[in-house]
Design a protein around this ligand. Structure first.
Ligand code: HEC
Ligand code: HEC
Ligand code: HEC
Ligand code: HEC
Length: 160
């Protein structure tokens, strides 16, 4: 190999390494705005929520652990940008809200409120509502504000 060709090849290898290292360092990328349209649902009956993930963490003062937790429900306080997270549906497995007949069954069994809340969170939409609307209600109250949406259509845009 001529010296010039060898030099050229080494330069290419070098550039490739820089790119590779860059892509490894970047880790898991999160979209700034996540379209909440979980593919586990056979259909979405409401307008698709556009969740401003980045603004929540950077501007609204929400910590990663306010939303992401481990398999015991303990906040992932050490989470940082680039780390992998598990999707909510991994654990809050059932798509949708609690069906009416299931709620009726809980009523006849006279289950306590914290029991039914926990059972309800096995349903994905209930866990999300609990997290999102829960914080919004508290925050609005503490800040005498209405900026954090709590009504259906403020999150689910009207379809048609
Ligand atoms: C206000 C709630 C909230 C906060 C705060 C938050 N996240 Fe998230 N994050 C979510 C939700 C909801 C999703 C979507 C998960 C799903 O679809 O199951 C998500 C998704 C992700 C994903 C996965 C993206 C993908 O497509 O796989 C990563 C990584 C992530 N978040 C990291 C973080 C980190 C790091 C922080 C702190 C800097 C953070 N999140 C703060 C709620 C939040
Ligand atoms: C690794 C499994 C796992 C993942 C992933 C997960 N959860 Fe949970 N979550 C749990 C467990 C376990 C609990 C505790 C049992 C309970 O209270 O329902 C819990 C509790 C909750 C609670 C009740 C918290 C409280 O203090 O009352 C909410 C709300 C919730 N999860 C929402 C979410 C959301 C939103 C996501 C995705 C950003 C998510 N979870 C991801 C397992 C998980
Ligand atoms: C830890 C608290 C917290 C949690 C959890 C949280 N939010 Fe928020 N959210 C806020 C606050 C605070 C605001 C208002 C900020 C402002 O306007 O100053 C807000 C505003 C919003 C807005 C209106 C402004 C915008 O950026 O679009 C939407 C929509 C929204 N949140 C959706 C969600 C969804 C969906 C989830 C659950 C996946 C969620 N939020 C979870 C704190 C939270
Ligand atoms: C703070 C934002 C927020 C508010 C307010 C809210 N939701 Fe949701 N809702 C969500 C998110 C996020 C999901 C999860 C969607 C996904 O990940 O696919 C969801 C899921 C759902 C689902 C299951 C998916 C579908 O489209 O069929 C239903 C039904 C639903 N919501 C109804 C309601 C109703 C009714 C209200 C008012 C009483 C309401 N939501 C208020 C954020 C919100």
């Amino acid at each position: 190999m001529k010296l010039k060709t060898l030099f050229f090849t080494l330069t290419l290898v070098g550039i490739a390494c820089v790119f590779l290292a860059g892509s490894i360092q970047a880790g898991t990328q999160v979209a700034d705005v996540i379209k909440m349209e979980n593919p586990a649902y056979s259909e979405h009956t409401k307008g698709i929520v556009e969740f401003s993930h980045k603004k929540h963490a950077a501007e609204y003062g929400a910590a990663c652990g306010d939303c992401h937790h481990d398999d015991k429900g303990q906040p992932l306080a050490d989470l940082k940008e680039g780390d992998d997270v598990q999707a909510c549906i991994t654990c809050h497995k059932i798509p949708g809200e609690v069906p009416k007949d299931v709620k009726k069954e809980w009523k006849t069994k006279k289950l306590k409120k914290d029991e039914t809340n926990k059972l309800a969170r096995e349903y994905h939409a209930e866990a999300l509502h609990d997290n999102c609307i829960g914080c919004h209600k508290t925050w609005n109250k503490e800040n005498k504000s209405k900026a954090a949406p709590t009504s259906c259509t403020k999150c689910h845009p009207k379809t048609k």
